[in-house]
Design a protein around this ligand. Structure first.
Ligand SMILES: Nc1ncnc2c1ncn2[C@@H]1O[C@H](COP(=O)(O)OP(=O)(O)OP(=O)(O)O)[C@@H](O)[C@H]1O
Length: 293
């Protein structure tokens, strides 16, 4: 099973939202990591056949997904960033409604809804109206509805947006569980969402894929080292302006800096082991005063 993106480009007026992207995915979790506006949603919408590429192809096991029609939609589950939910429906009624839109027979829909609500931990709340749910619960309903047709491909656009730390952990565990027998692609700009669960991470910047690999490979691909050292507090601003500063910890009149650099900035600075967060800053970070352009 392979979903393959081949030289795909999508342009809106003078903006190339996705610019000549190619990569392939099999089963497992794929984390699409990038800052706002990188082109993640546009790419995902093309993978869901909601937007057509200007050029390039997307294939599922060698077949063009735009020519597969209903047979592709049958194997696809999608949770958009702003999924339109119905505040006055109960969770159960909402699931049954979405199942009917997806053409799932009522008997199958009932069984599947029961299983899925159990899996996302919402069985006891199934009679609650959607408007009374927390953000985390709504997102879990979102995943459950995307899973109704037991899809082989599950696409989740920023599924953890607005979740608190407990909900994020719960979500990550759920996504890992779901990816055992399918392809799950999730977009985020939060490193910890994918650091431990993604089999592969795709870094997306300005419409292009700037790196693809495991978490360890992304870290190893960094062209800078991580240095830690202490400076007087008044020098912090200088480092913030001129270097990629991951962290500043102030104590008294001093500050400990964690900085990405290709050379030792201060004699005796400790070289620290890099994390995925450091790699994210390496690819996407800005020095203080720089802006997105
Ligand atoms: N329908 C559209 N018309 C015009 N420009 C668009 C359209 N959709 C996206 N864009 C532009 O394409 C670029 C990529 O947008 P996209 O939503 O794909 O990025 P993203 O990585 O998903 O960002 P976010 O995390 O903020 O959702 C942005 O500059 C956006 O303004």
């Amino acid at each position: 099973m392979e979903l393959s993106i081949n030289n795909v480009t999508k342009q809106f007026k003078d903006k190339k939202a996705v610019n000549d992207i190619s990569f392939s995915m099999g089963n497992g979790v794929y984390g699409l990591l990038g800052v706002n506006g990188a082109g993640k949603t546009t790419l995902m919408r093309m993978l869901c056949t909601l937007t057509t590429p200007d050029c390039g192809t997307i294939t599922w096991d060698g077949k063009d997904i735009f020519k597969m029609g209903a047979s592709y939609r049958q194997i696809l589950g999608y949770l958009p960033q702003d999924f339109g939910y119905y505040p006055y429906l109960t969770i159960y009624d909402y699931m049954m409604y979405i199942a009917s839109i997806k053409g799932i027979r009522p008997a199958v829909a009932k069984k599947r809804t029961k299983e899925l609500l159990k899996q996302v931990g919402l069985s006891d709340q199934k009679k609650q109206k959607m408007r009374n749910l927390s953000g985390g619960m709504v997102r879990r309903v979102g995943i459950a509805q995307a899973m109704l047709n037991d899809p082989k491909i599950l696409i989740l656009d920023e599924p953890t947006a607005g979740l608190d730390p407990n909900e994020r952990i719960r979500f990550r565990n759920l996504i890992s569980e779901l990816a055992e027998e399918r392809l799950v692609l999730l977009s985020t700009h939060i490193v910890s969402d994918v650091e431990f669960i993604a089999n592969k991470i795709v870094l997306m910047k300005e419409g292009q894929c700037c790196f693809e690999g495991t978490s360890d490979e992304v870290i190893a691909s960094m062209d800078k080292k991580v240095y830690c050292f202490v400076v007087p507090r008044e020098q912090v601003d200088h480092y913030m302006r001129n270097y990629l500063v991951v962290n500043v910890k102030t104590f008294g009149s001093n500050a400990e800096l964690r900085i990405l650099s290709d050379h030792e900035l201060v004699k005796g600075a400790c070289v620290e082991e890099a994390t995925l967060e450091d790699a994210f800053l390496n690819y996407f970070g800005e020095r203080a005063g720089e802006s997105h352009a």
